[in-house]
Design a protein. Sequence first.
Length: 130
Amino acid sequence: MEPESQKILVVDDEPALLKMMGVYLKRVGYTVTLFGSSDLAWNAVAPAVGEYAAAVLDATLSGMSAHDLALKLAEANPSLCIVMASGYPVDMSALEAAAPRRVSFVQKPFTADALTGALRRLLGPEETAV
């Protein structure tokens, strides 16, 4: 599936990083929805969560935890892929059990290529024109 046909939810409470991820993901062709808090993201996206291919979540969100948000998103959309991002070690075992083969982790600080690589590994390779 081409990136431009894939919607990505990005939730991070660090405004500069949130903006940077949005700019880069849009540049490589994804449709991106950005939120600075997990509660705002869930309230806005829940009715249309099935439209999203993936979510990129800061693992240390305040309010609803990123783990809880990820579980709610995965339950509402069984095909949704989840990338957790953190500068700290994160126990991914419960999330991996809830969403097998649909979860990845990127260590902050990460490069744009690392983020894109994690998404592409989960979402599958881009189709190339022949």
